[in-house]
Design a protein around this ligand. Structure first.
Ligand code: MN
Length: 321
């Protein structure tokens, strides 16, 4: 999906150090006549990255009749991958690298922007309830200029006493995703019945995030409730999650990213100049109200008018300190 804020803040993303933190989301309208909104937990002032995970949008359950559903016209991306994960509903994806895919519950759809891509995302007419997450992964310098791509993977659920897991990236609970990533990553959906205590063996080099979709979960001496994001610093070989009430969670992780990035609108870059140039290349493709080929290509079969980039802030985009 696209960042549709009128004046998207530019964020210098650097990891901080500390104990378990619980962060609350901010509501961000996605735009459109009836304006479906999302709950954004990353980036925020307190934290910008968890591993390479740099953007977490969580939405629904929304009745499409009331919100208009998702209708995000073509927009560009650079230097990142998008992870679409649905709980309910269906979204049609079209991108300029030639991929046309249906995003469905319990299935990973990973789009690599790399050097540049543009895509549209529209909930299908049969969707009555829309509920899911849109996550971005920052690509390291070694991979951020790579060719765009798209991967799909439907993990088989792993189950135990009072829990069920779908591991879509990385490995957990004795199962592993076949999808390769540019930096080590963990991504999994966890269902925990009330009272279930689940012990997870994890890489102590990873930091983790627990996004609570429903319910309440206790982690160490903190409690994270619905829509909150708990951050767990590196250094633990075992995480224990206890469901205070029936819970559905997304568990994300990876080693601290180690590179400062400049995020602005839908671009991940490394400097002010680079992001300004990305913006100019996108606007050049849209010159005269058109949608010409260029760095970001043109999605096949798309009928929506592409989204122009917002104005840059007056101040210079901040680079790493
Ligand atoms: Mn997008």
């Amino acid at each position: 999906m696209s960042n549709l804020e009128d004046k998207p803040p530019e964020v210098v993303c650097e990891a901080a150090r500390g104990g378990i933190e619980v962060m609350t989301p901010r509501e961000v309208p996605l735009g459109g006549p009836r304006a479906m909104s999302v709950r954004r937990t990353l980036p925020q002032r307190a934290r910008s990255l968890i591993g390479a995970w740099c953007f977490l949008d969580h939405y629904g359950p929304d009745e499409v009749q009331a919100t208009g559903g998702m209708s995000v016209p073509p927009h560009p991306h650079t230097g990142l991958q998008t992870v679409s994960w649905l709980f309910t509903g269906e979204i049609e994806h079209r991108d300029s690298a030639g991929h046309h895919a249906m995003v469905r519950p319990g299935e990973l759809n990973l789009m690599t922007a790399g050097h540049g891509i543009s895509h549209s995302e529209v909930s299908t007419p049969s969707t009555t309830t829309l509920h899911g997450a849109q996550l971005w992964v920052a690509l390291p310098s070694s991979a951020r200029d790579a060719a765009p791509g798209f991967e799909h993977f439907a993990p088989s659920p792993v189950t135990g006493d009072g829990w069920e897991a779908r591991v879509f990236l990385g490995s957990l609970l004795g199962t592993a995703s076949p999808v390769s990533t540019a930096t080590p990553l963990l991504g999994a959906e966890l269902l925990l019945g009330a009272g279930t205590e689940l012990h997870l063996d994890v890489d102590p080099g990873f930091e983790h995030g627990v996004l609570v979709d429903t319910g309440v979960v206790s982690i160490g001496d903190v409690e994270a409730k619905q829509h909150e994001l708990a951050y767990l610093p590196p250094g633990s070989q075992r995480l224990t999650l206890e469901a205070v009430a029936d819970a559905r969670l997304l568990l994300l992780g990876g080693p601290p990213f180690g590179e400062a990035i400049v995020m602005w609108w839908n671009f991940v870059g490394r400097s002010h100049e680079e992001v300004v140039a990305f913006r100019e290349e996108w606007m050049a493709q849209l010159a005269g109200g058109g949608y010409a080929d260029g760095r970001f290509g043109v999605p096949v079969g798309n009928e929506l008018a592409p989204i122009p980039a917002p104005a840059l802030p007056n101040a210079r985009l901040r680079e790493r300190h």
